[in-house]
Design a protein around this ligand. Structure first.
Ligand SMILES: Cc1ncc(C[n+]2csc(CCOP(=O)(O)OP(=O)(O)O)c2C)c(N)n1
Ligand SMILES: [Mg+2]
Length: 327
């Protein structure tokens, strides 16, 4: 059992946000099956125990960078689910005016610097945000969420190295769900414990059970406090599992039903936190029901908001596009 247990208020908020991710994405998958969602959809279901307790230590002024699997990060950092749903529906009221879709949602007002379709694309952004915070001496921290697959790309090594040398206030959080698309991690690297890379760059590497929100809360708290003290980055590896396919519609031929059932039935991070908060009397069974109901209602409201919003007009096509012309 971790030593650093969140306050009852924080625990309720963590629990609520984990449900918000789960139900938002179940709804998004349903809406995808109805042809309402434009573009690809990668769900975070099963991994809620990572982003939510990490972000519980952050202020709106702190930064996070995300991945192609970004809804969980957005919701954990406090983004508006109505604008998120509208973006998935391709509507003008969405975060990117309906022109970006799931993989480009950002909300600078809460420090969410963006989902990212480029695997390992968040490293440079988070490291740069950390560098800017250091130059400003603002006390802000940047958290870079990334997958095990991203750890096999160059930006992982380059950014962690420079972050370590410059003692930047960045925490690199690996969501090691053991698969990159349809490829098992063990088939493409002999270093399956990502935290083991940390000593190569002279920083602490910490490994934690990513299905245990309390353990993640404690480990993230230490790493974020260290970054705020100016002592530099930590590489925090959270072992986790995505319950659904890589993307919506993935037939999942690369892993067995038994393996999936083992994680879903025995290690669901929401069930696990529910068991703790109910047992400890922090949330009563009635409150638990009320939380789930309120979250479900808010998500239905987000769907109504999205459906009743207009599509972007054709003249929006060439707006918000940046290009540089060489002379
Ligand atoms: C630079 C780059 N290469 C390949 C892809 C295609 N791609 C999309 S997601 C993905 C797997 C990423 O795996 P991981 O980093 O473990 O994240 P997870 O999907 O498991 O959350 C790949 C290879 C991409 N989007 N960008
Ligand atoms: Mg992965």
């Amino acid at each position: 059992m971790p030593v650093d247990i969140p306050s009852a208020e924080t625990l309720k908020e963590i629990y609520t946000r984990m449900w918000r991710i789960r139900l938002f994405e179940e709804q998004a998958e349903y809406q995808s099956s109805q042809g309402k969602v434009m573009g690809a959809l990668h769900t975070y279901i099963g991994e809620e125990g990572v982003a939510v307790p990490v972000c519980a230590h952050l202020h709106d002024t702190d930064y996070i960078t995300s991945t192609h699997r970004g809804h969980g990060h957005c919701i954990a950092k406090g983004a508006d689910i109505r604008r998120m749903m509208a973006e998935l529906f391709g509507r003008a009221t969405g975060y990117c005016k309906g022109k970006g879709g799931s993989m480009h949602i950002a909300d600078f007002t809460v420090g969410m610097l963006g989902a990212n379709g480029i695997v390992a694309g968040g490293f440079g952004l988070a490291t740069g945000a950390g560098w800017a915070a250091q130059l400003r001496q603002s006390g802000q921290v940047a958290v870079c969420f990334f997958g095990d697959g991203a750890a096999n790309r160059g930006p992982f090594h380059e950014n962690i190295n420079i972050g370590a040398v410059w003692k930047l206030p960045v925490v690199y959080v690996c969501e090691n769900n053991q698969y990159a698309q349809w490829t098992a991690q063990k088939d493409v690297t002999l270093v399956t414990d990502i935290a083991n890379w940390a000593p190569s760059y002279g920083i602490p590497g910490v490994q934690v059970d990513g299905m245990d929100a309390l353990a993640v809360y404690e480990a993230a708290g230490e790493a974020i406090a260290r970054a705020r003290r100016g002592e530099g980055p930590t590489l925090l590896e959270c072992k986790t599992y995505r319950f659904h396919g890589h993307n919506f519609g993935d037939p999942q031929m690369y892993r067995t039903r038994d393996e999936i059932a083992d994680w879903v039935d025995k290690r669901d991070p929401i069930k696990r936190l529910a068991a703790y908060v109910l047992e400890a009397g922090i949330i009563s069974p009635e409150e638990d029901q009320a939380i789930q109901q309120q979250v479900a209602e808010a998500i239905h409201e987000a769907v109504r908001f999205a459906e009743s919003s207009p599509y972007p007009t054709p003249d929006e096509l060439h707006k918000d596009i940046y290009s540089y012309e060489y002379a």
